[in-house]
Design a protein around this ligand. Structure first.
Ligand SMILES: Nc1ncnc2c1ncn2[C@@H]1O[C@H](COP(=O)(O)OP(=O)(O)OP(=O)(O)O)[C@@H](O)[C@H]1O
Length: 273
């Protein structure tokens, strides 16, 4: 990898990474007396796969929630696509092109896979029910276009065989893949994955890793993820932020992070599942 410049850098495997897409500047987040995040800064570049790691309670989910607008930090600035982001509701952040998956799967269990993925396109839909009633032709054309995009994602993630199946009947690994599909349906510029491999067996983890890499490669989606499985993180990520007790203790390529003594002490020396 060459050194990051304002325009980007080239990864060891020859991928071109672009300029900064999102920048967190001196973020501090408190819950009453608990400081979940203390003065953390880092950036995410266009086209990157960026990981946030750290022991339990380090503040990783809190950071993801700041990025997605669920939490507004007491101090610091969030910059996205070259502009400072004012305090926003999560749906406004989603409209700006940031989609996410959750640590505990958040799908509609009684609805089919297809309909669950369609809900991912809600932020992109222009015609509401009223428009459908008044101007049926246009609303129908829009619906057809949304369906076509959803079918493309279904093919891409190899879930054609379960498209009509209610999500509640699916095994865990497939539910996680449907959640990824729903997030992708929003055509995000930045995709946030909260422990995408949690609870998966080795084969499911391999599948999910491949899909994450393919999404990054084929859709050009920038990805930020939290993950406990260190092998997975180091294989997947271009750069890694390491948190401990709400502070940033490391930031760099997997190799740089692996050899950082503070990281070894805080995290790598401790067994994690
Ligand atoms: N809604 C909340 N209210 C109060 N304290 C919170 C809240 N959310 C997180 N915290 C506290 O903030 C700190 C960071 O928690 P966070 O969940 O962000 O860590 P994490 O690194 O994601 O942990 P894990 O790996 O266990 O998911 C912890 O001390 C946690 O107890």
């Amino acid at each position: 990898m060459n050194a990051p410049s304002p325009d980007g850098y080239t990864t060891a495997d020859g991928r071109s990474i672009g300029p900064v897409l999102m920048e967190m500047k001196n973020i501090t987040l408190r819950f009453g007396g608990v400081k979940a995040i203390t003065d953390i800064s880092f950036d995410i570049r266009e086209g990157e796969i960026r990981a946030i790691i750290g022991p339990n309670g380090a503040g990783k989910s809190s950071m993801l929630n700041v990025i997605s607008g669920f939490y507004v930090p007491q101090e610091g600035e969030v910059w996205f696509r070259g502009a400072r982001r004012p305090a926003m509701k999560p749906f406004q952040v989603a409209r700006q092109g940031i989609a996410r998956t959750f640590q505990n799967i958040a799908l509609f269990e009684g609805m089919s896979v297809l309909d669950n993925i369609m809900t991912g396109r809600l932020t992109l839909m222009k015609s509401g029910l009223m428009a459908q009633a008044l101007w049926w032709g246009r609303a129908e054309a829009e619906e057809t276009a949304h369906r076509a995009e959803v079918e493309r994602i279904i093919d891409f993630l190899e879930i054609q065989h379960i498209r009509k199946t209610p999500v509640g009947r699916l095994p865990y690994g497939l539910k996680k893949r449907v959640e990824l599909a729903r997030a992708l349906a929003a055509e995000p510029k930045l995709l946030l994955l909260d422990e995408p491999m949690a609870g998966m067996n080795v084969e499911e983890k391999e599948d999910m890793s491949r899909f994450i890499l393919d999404v990054n490669d084929e859709f050009g989606t920038t990805i930020a993820l939290i993950e406990h499985d260190m092998g997975v993180v180091m294989d997947l990520s271009d750069r890694v932020v390491v948190m401990d007790y709400g502070k940033k203790i490391g930031d760099g390529t997997p190799d740089e992070v692996r050899s950082n003594q503070a990281v070894i002490d805080a995290y790598l020396g401790v067994a994690h599942d």
